[in-house]
Design a protein around this ligand. Structure first.
Ligand code: MSP
Length: 506
């Protein structure tokens, strides 16, 4: 039994609509699972919504609804948006799901029974935006650096998880296992948080007199569990924890998150897992933020970038390509619609669309649309083999940007090859017939391999390319499917409407 590839997205707060940030993370997760599935691996992809806590209660109040009715409606918006955009997750988990409530209570009761939970008086400054108490050293001019609001001073008795007692162990482990948090700068950031004495123990409850919208602490009815200590547990809930057999899926787990939620994932979560006696995740992969006109996106600025609008304007796969291609994993990137249009026009319409169109048109003109006989594999076969290996490496390192950049080397090699070989000249000379067959076969076959490798990124586009190539037989694994020579001579091709019509920029 090989280790399954299990990928998670953060559970999105359903007080806002799906936007560029959540669409980006979910698109990466969808691409990775499609790739690993095509490679013949077992995959499991989980996304969902984080529905408890003060923030959600406030949003429900504003909407004039009971919290459960509010989150029901919003969770539906998320799941229907993801379905409409073609994301193929295996489970949409909600923190109000009954199995999640059971898993959370079981896990925290375990930690409580092991003696790592303590009742304490506490006075601190609470930021509702972060749903967290902030220490002095986390404030900038008395304000939360992220939400630019002054946290409220609160005094309560609460239960605390003795998180700091796990720091030495986790620091040591993380230092000797650098692959656990990527890219490196985020591992360093996590280490600095634990070494710098910035963080104290974790307050894991809220008194019901202040907040009832949460999962009850199993050992004390007067308290509900803090929203982060509830939400993080979803990653094990989805594997079936604590029922027998859950560890198998868990053994291949990779978390995808944005940089703003590094602390809960790189500090709270691993220490919670350790305290509960559960194995660590295999990888925590941290991406940067999309900024719009140099500003962080936010509901109040109204610059969220709605994926439905992008879908209507450009077709979702054009936007999806831009997201996966333009952001270097881990760094912040500026979003612009002109950037989307440029990618669609240059990469998709020009490079890829034209290559397909001219190759299949020439096959129609010179060979009645039928794929000619192959010759010995030549220069394009060499490029295709190298590119397939590069794409594989980059996908396994979570870089969709590098993977697509590598794939486009094959596309441009195809275009250069056609320009250099000039089939239209060969076609004029009957003694060059065999040469013409060789050239067109090579280009068509490189397009088939391009489509196979593109499928996890742009499934609809890849299917259209393969359709134009006469739907050649599919292979069981990616390794076989990308082997040169899979396009049978004699297959009937057909010219299809432009893959991506050029967008007028005037
Ligand atoms: N509910 C928590 C996560 C709990 S996970 C157990 C949460 N939700 S969120 O809806 O606020 O954010 C979810 C994800 O969206 C985060 O990974 C965050 O980084 C990401 N993004 C929000 N805005 C973003 C951009 N502008 N760009 C890229 N991703 C960003 O935090």
């Amino acid at each position: 039994m090989t280790t399954p590839f299990y990928v998670t997205t953060p559970l999105y707060y359903p007080n806002a609509q799906p936007h560029i940030g959540s669409t980006y993370t979910t698109a990466i997760a969808d691409t990775l699972t499609r790739y690993h599935r095509a490679a013949g691996e077992e995959v499991f992809f989980v996304t969902g919504t984080d529905e408890h806590g003060e923030k959600m209660l406030e949003a429900a109040r504003e909407a004039g609804l009971e919290p459960k009715a509010f989150v029901d409606g919003m969770a539906e918006r998320f799941s229907s948006t993801w379905k409409q955009l073609g994301f193929e997750y295996d489970r949409f988990i909600r923190t109000t799901d009954a199995d999640h409530v059971r898993a959370v209570q079981h896990l925290w009761q375990t930690i409580y029974d092991r003696g790592d939970v303590e009742f304490r008086e506490y006075t601190g400054r609470y930021c509702v935006g972060c749903e967290a108490y902030l220490t002095d050293r986390e404030l900038v001019d008395g304000q939360c650096a992220q939400h630019l609001t002054e946290p409220e001073e609160r005094s309560e008795s609460n239960y605390f998880f003795k998180m700091t007692s796990y720091f030495d162990d986790w620091v040591e482990h993380l230092e000797s296992h650098p692959e656990l948090v990527t890219p490196t700068r985020y591992r360093n950031e996590a280490l600095a948080l634990m070494k710098g004495g910035v963080l104290g123990d974790l307050c894991i409850t809220r008194p019901v007199e202040r907040l009832t919208w949460g999962i009850p602490a199993p050992w004390d009815d007067d308290y509900v569990l803090y929203v982060w200590t509830d939400a993080l547990v979803n990653y094990v809930t989805a594997t079936g924890y604590p029922e027998a057999g859950w560890e198998e899926r868990w053994s291949g787990v990779h978390h995808l998150i944005g940089k703003d939620i590094l602390k809960p994932h790189a500090v709270f979560w691993p220490t919670i897992l350790r305290a509960a006696g559960l194995p660590l995740f295999q990888g925590l992969h941290v991406h940067g933020h999309w900024n719009v006109e140099n500003q962080k996106i936010s509901k109040s600025l109204g610059n969220l970038v709605d994926p439905h609008v992008m879908d209507e304007k450009y077709g979702f796969e054009g936007f999806r390509y831009y997201l996966l291609r333009d952001m270097s994993f881990g760094t912040d990137t500026g979003f612009s619609e002109s950037g989307v249009v440029r990618r669609i026009n240059d990469d998709l319409a020009n490079d890829l669309g034209n290559l397909l169109n001219r190759s299949v048109s020439m096959t129609g003109r010179y060979f009645d649309g039928v794929v000619p006989e192959a010759s010995e594999p030549g220069e394009l076969a060499e490029v295709a083999t190298r590119v397939a290996a590069d794409v594989d490496r980059h996908v396994r390192e979570f870089s969709t940007q590098r993977a697509l950049t590598a794939l486009w080397e094959l596309v441009s090699a195809g275009n250069k090859y056609v320009d250099a070989q000039a089939p239209w000249k060969l076609a004029k000379e009957p003694e060059q017939r065999r040469e013409l067959e060789r050239v067109l076969y090579d280009v068509l076959e490189s397009l088939r391999i391009t489509a196979v490798l593109l499928a996890p990124f742009l499934p609809g586009t890849a299917a259209r390319i393969l359709g134009s190539l006469g739907d050649p037989p599919t292979a069981a694994t990616l390794a076989e499917a990308t082997r040169w020579g899979g396009l049978p001579a004699g297959t009937s091709t057909q010219v299809i409407p432009a893959l991506f019509p050029r967008i007028d920029t005037d």
